[in-house]
Write a protein that binds this ligand. Structure first.
Ligand code: HEM
Length: 123
């Protein structure tokens, strides 16, 4: 008898610098070691998917407020990332606060940002 179990491994397991975000394993009732049957890797990265979402004007205007949109170390701090997502998202029917007056991020761009967070903030 065995059961399939899926575990969320966000922020725990790394392999060749690409993060394993989840895996499925066979668990055996007779005490044998679990057998991994599927690994699911992170698909997003800051350099490839997130940094390019910011325009040069976003980066240069926000620098003077200490907001480092192009800086992986700054942006991969979950507090900072959540704050960015908050300013970029509409709230209660009100448009986003950033960038002032738009153009606002499309839902797919906001979803990509969230995916990058869920993938464990890959560089
Ligand atoms: C913690 C997050 C952020 C804070 C506290 C913040 C705060 C501000 C403040 C106080 C200003 C100047 C006042 C204004 O023009 O309304 C400003 C301007 C601006 N922000 Fe942000 N911002 C944040 C995130 C962002 C993000 C994520 C973007 C880009 C996607 C962005 C793009 C801009 C741009 C382009 C301007 C300049 C507008 C102009 O000068 O015409 N900001 N921000």
């Amino acid at each position: 008898m065995s059961t399939i179990q899926r575990q969320d491994l966000s922020r725990e397991h790394r392999r060749d610098s690409v993060q394993v975000v989840a895996l499925e394993a066979l668990l055996f009732t007779d005490g044998k070691r679990p057998k991994v049957v599927r690994r699911i890797y992170a698909t997003s990265s800051f350099a490839a998917h997130i940094q390019p979402l910011f325009r040069p004007v976003d980066i240069s205007h926000m620098k003077r407020f200490g907001v480092e949109l192009e800086d992986f170390t700054y942006m991969s701090n979950p507090d900072n990332a959540n704050l960015m997502l908050d300013t970029l998202s509409p709230h209660d029917g009100e448009p986003p606060t950033m960038p002032p007056g738009g153009p606002y991020w499309a839902p797919a761009q906001l979803a990509l940002f969230t995916q990058w967070q869920n993938d464990g903030y890959q560089p």
